[in-house]
Design a protein around this ligand. Structure first.
Ligand SMILES: Nc1ncnc2c1ncn2[C@@H]1O[C@H](COP(=O)(O)OP(=O)(O)OP(=O)(O)O)[C@@H](O)[C@H]1O
Ligand SMILES: [Mg+2]
Length: 381
């Protein structure tokens, strides 16, 4: 498994951390234009220079790994011993002190471009559509204007929202990407009618010809890399967030989506990027290696910076055995991008899909809906 800074001399420190502190550190680091490893190292340095620090909350701490400059883990261990603290308490104190010393510069977020999130993983059936849809619903519920794009020719998202697919050759995303459309893409959008979304959640349905996307795009002579950005550009001012539900492959369409969610000039780290639903199993790790490598290759070849926003571990059930639990630990120990949420396999999710009702409408108080809300909160920050 790769990690940022692998080429530098860094050592891994494994220590439990609460999801709240991890999330705050990640967001604040992003707000300050730092990566999480550097923010953690800076937290420890600040803590070493602060003789007396109040106890921090450590209930609910989960395993977490962070790469520190060489010698960092040893120094941290010595300092905890000297202060007669557990490492969990020491790290919680260090991060709390750093967060206090680095208040959120929220005014910097105002001028950010529309947030663009690709929910992607070439592994099939891991919950991309479920997460993309739930996240978009939760974001609209919290007051954001959200465009949910069915970017998968299978049209699962479109059908689960009870929306008809766009006719072949009509005003679809594909015809706009190919430069063949004649009307504004806004005319193809469908607003979800449910009151809780306040008219703020719009869907761009899949079209019947989307299966031809890769083949048709391959024939585009000019402007292929930016054709998705060009097609969606006229809609961007009308939304706070654009969520793309990715297809289960690593074809050309995904490359274009990766390109679309790349960090724009002046855009903060983790403002846009890729959210990756995974399962707690080996094949999900293998799939992630491939996806990560595709993102890296894309960045290398185009110069684009693409943020991996985090994992959502889906359909997790600790009772499935020690393997499942240890892969779950494995995901949690990856500091970057890190696990942003864990969804159990629950009946509400299946029912919402089968009955074609948005999850937050079908089961607004379910644990799954709550996970979607906390995901939305974290990603919207
Ligand atoms: N946590 C969950 N609890 C219950 N049902 C779930 C959960 N996650 C996904 N599902 C259901 O499992 C099925 C597969 O999920 P989904 O369609 O979201 O996967 P996907 O990654 O989008 O698949 P594909 O690769 O085909 O696009 C769907 O019926 C979905 O509603
Ligand atoms: Mg899907």
């Amino acid at each position: 498994m790769t990690h940022p800074g692998a080429e530098e001399a860094r050592e891994k420190l494994l220590v439990n951390l609460t999801p709240e502190l991890r999330r705050d550190l990640r967001i604040r680091a992003a707000e300050y234009g730092l990566n999480m490893q550097d923010a953690a190292a800076s937290s420890l340095n600040l803590w070493y220079d602060t003789p007396s620090v109040p106890d921090a909350e450590v209930r609910g701490a989960k395993s977490w790994g962070v790469y520190l400059p060489s010698g960092g883990p040893d120094r941290f261990a010595r300092e905890c011993e000297a202060r007669r603290l557990t490492k969990v308490q020491g790290m919680a104190q260090a991060i709390s002190v750093w967060l206090t010393a680095h208040p959120s510069p929220t005014e910097r977020l105002v001028a950010q471009p529309v947030k663009r999130i690709l929910v992607g993983n070439q592994k099939g059936g891991v919950g991309k559509t479920f997460v993309a849809s739930g996240l978009a619903q939760a974001m609209a519920e919290m007051g954001l204007r959200v465009l949910l794009v069915d970017y998968d020719p299978q049209a699962h998202l479109t059908s689960r929202m009870q929306i008809p697919g766009l006719p072949e050759g009509g005003e679809s995303l594909l015809t706009h990407m190919l430069g063949e459309a004649t009307k504004h893409l806004a005319r193809s959008l469908v607003a979800l009618p449910h009151e809780r979304f306040g008219g703020r959640l719009h869907v761009l349905p899949a079209s019947k010809d989307a299966f031809l996307m890769d083949a048709k795009l391959a024939l585009l002579q000019v402007g292929r890399d930016t054709c998705l950005a060009r097609a969606l550009a006229p809609l961007e001012d009308s939304y706070d967030v654009i969520v793309l539900d990715g297809p289960p492959n690593l074809g050309l369409a995904i490359d274009l989506a990766i390109n679309y969610v790349q960090r724009r000039p002046g855009e903060l780290i983790d403002h846009s990027g890729i959210l990756i639903p995974v399962w707690s199993d080996r094949s999900s790790f293998d799939a992630y290696e491939m996806l990560h490598s595709q993102i890296q290759t894309h960045s290398k070849m185009t110069g684009a910076v693409v943020d991996e926003l985090g994992f959502v571990v889906n359909a997790y059930d600790a009772r499935k055995g020690v393997g499942t639990r240890s892969f779950y630990e494995g995901w949690n120990q990856l500091t970057v991008p890190g696990v942003l949420g864990t969804l159990k396999d629950a009946i509400e999710g299946r029912e919402a899909s089968d009955y074609q009702i948005p999850l937050l409408e079908h089961a607004p108080d379910s644990p799954q809906a709550q996970v979607m809300r906390s995901l939305a909160k974290e990603l919207a920050a």
